[in-house]
Design a protein around this ligand. Structure first.
Ligand code: PLP
Ligand code: COI
Length: 341
């Protein structure tokens, strides 16, 4: 085994085809045993359900190298649960949770040379996903599916890493009331691409979405949940049925309460309230916690007191605690670390 010759500290958040990926097929009412394959390409019928009606759900999680050389994943059981729920929402047969964990283990072990070394700041991003391979023409669920997992080494999602970013409030909505915002389906991202291109071309790193019914409350961004610190130092966490239940955000809430002994306020958060807040961060597997320094809404600018130089105090402490847990430097709560090898 020899680690790939990459400049690990500067690999960016891009796709690199690695050696092995996992595939399991669903046919005649059951998932097969699944195995690792070499081919990164997928061949589909022209009328496959994924191509016509977007029947697809996915996940994202990371593997890390610890100082002793072992490789771990962060809370993969929660990804197994979430893709199960996402699949049910899209009328797809859910993938068994134990088989999901086994698939992750196989893909990490099959691509060990691609797992970034300890201390590089990079990690192996793992992408489980499932989609309709079965043929449809009328609008209905397909009867055949494929579940796959690939992995690719990545650095920070937002350029600048721990440097605060600017975001804007999108004129478009991400999720409908009683829609699919709370599940991780590719369709939620397809419809965010137009506003994402507009945001990037206007110089913003991300879009912040408001609640689609009243456009009064903060929801989340295109690829992460938002968290805030209020004037009293409380962690304020937007709550809404159309927000994706981020595993990073749920972990941060636990860390805030049990490691940093902060008060956490999980509730609907009005956009107007941000004007009184001290700090803002975007959290997710890819984003980890990215500090936000500036939020623009229809030309009106909110400058967070934490500024554009570095993360505010609380966001900074949350970041160092969660990354410390993920890298083995800080003891994790029971069950958070899955040892692969
Ligand atoms: N919200 C959206 C829309 C996302 O795409 C993601 C990424 O997975 C998150 C939040 C963060 O979720 P997690 O922390 O589970 O990765
Ligand atoms: C993740 O954090 O895993 C995501 O899926 C976000 C995506 C926008 C890269």
């Amino acid at each position: 085994m020899a680690k790939k010759d990459l400049d690990w500290a500067n690999i960016g958040f891009v796709y690199r085809a690695t050696d092995k990926r996992y595939v399991s097929n669903y046919k005649d009412g059951k998932w097969d045993a699944g195995s690792l394959i070499d081919d990164a390409n997928v061949t589909l019928n022209e009328s496959a359900g994924i191509l016509q009606y977007c029947q697809q759900v996915f996940e994202g999680l990371k593997a890390y190298t610890w100082e002793d050389g072992s490789v771990v994943c962060f809370r993969p059981d929660l990804n197994a649960e979430r893709i199960y729920t996402s699949a049910q929402r899209l009328e797809m047969p859910p993938f068994p949770k134990e088989q999901f964990i086994d698939a992750i283990d196989q893909v990490v072990k099959g691509n060990l040379d691609w797992v970034p070394p300890f201390g590089s700041g990079a990690s192996l991003y793992i992408r489980p996903y499932q989609f309709a391979t079965g043929v449809v023409i009328g609008v209905k669920p397909a009867d055949e599916y494929q579940f796959r997992v690939f992995a690719t080494p990545v650095g920070p999602y937002y350029k600048g890493g721990a440097t605060p970013i600017s975001i804007q409030v999108s004129d478009y909505d991400r999720a409908a009331p009683r829609g699919t915002g709370a599940v991780k389906a590719g369709l939620n991202y397809a419809m965010s691409l137009h506003s994402s291109v507009l945001a990037h071309s206007a110089g913003f790193a991300e879009n912040l979405y408001l609640d689609p019914a009243s456009r009064t409350y903060v929801e989340e961004t295109g690829g992460s949940n938002a968290i805030f610190v209020d004037a009293e130092g409380k962690l304020v966490v937007p709550k809404s049925p159309s927000i994706l239940p981020s595993i990073t955000r749920r972990s941060i809430v636990y860390i805030a309460e049990h490691y940093l002994h902060l008060t956490v306020d999980e509730r609907p958060v009005k956009f107007e309230e941000i004007k009184g807040f001290k700090e803002c961060g975007l959290c997710g597997t890819a984003a980890v916690i990215s500090p936000v320094g500036r939020i623009v809404n229809a030309g009106e600018e909110i400058l967070l007191p934490s500024g554009m130089e570095k993360a505010g105090e609380v966001i900074g402490e949350l970041y160092s605690t969660i990354t410390g847990i993920q890298s083995g430097k800080i003891e994790a709560p029971e069950g958070w670390i899955h040892h692969v090898c």
